[in-house]
Design a protein around this ligand. Structure first.
Ligand SMILES: [Zn+2]
Length: 119
């Protein structure tokens, strides 16, 4: 908004909503490929991508294929992230186990207190 005076500056679709539409005539969704071949490469896909209603629309946003060390770095980063996600999942599981154990302990404590009170 601070740059309102410069109306001549118009990025080529940058920042604006895309008018790319899929075969369902829905605005195409920006997705990111994380395959070994195209790590981090962006593309337009169907809004219902990964659902049974996906119309199969596909169009690359990034014209160039990833290559070289950047590609390798992206693949490694992707694998690191998925490894970390797995660790977080396991930690969450441990926490919820601990929480339920704590809950049980609290119940036992309450039973003991109630036991005393009823004496
Ligand atoms: Zn579609």
């Amino acid at each position: 908004m601070e740059f309102g005076g410069r109306s001549s500056y118009k990025g080529k679709g940058k920042g604006n909503e895309t008018d790319v539409r899929c075969f369902c005539a829905l605005p195409a969704k920006k997705c990111k490929s994380w395959t070994d071949k195209n790590p981090g490469r962006r593309f337009y896909g169907c809004e219902r991508w990964k659902s049974p209603l996906d119309c199969g629309f596909f169009q690359w946003i990034d014209e160039e294929e990833p290559f070289g060390w950047q590609k390798q770095a992206l693949i490694e980063a992707r694998d690191e992230i998925s490894e970390q996600k797995r660790t977080i999942m396991e930690l969450k599981k441990t926490i919820s186990h601990l929480q339920s154990d704590l809950g049980k302990n609290a119940e036992i404590k309450e039973d003991i207190i109630n036991g005393f009170l009823n004496m």
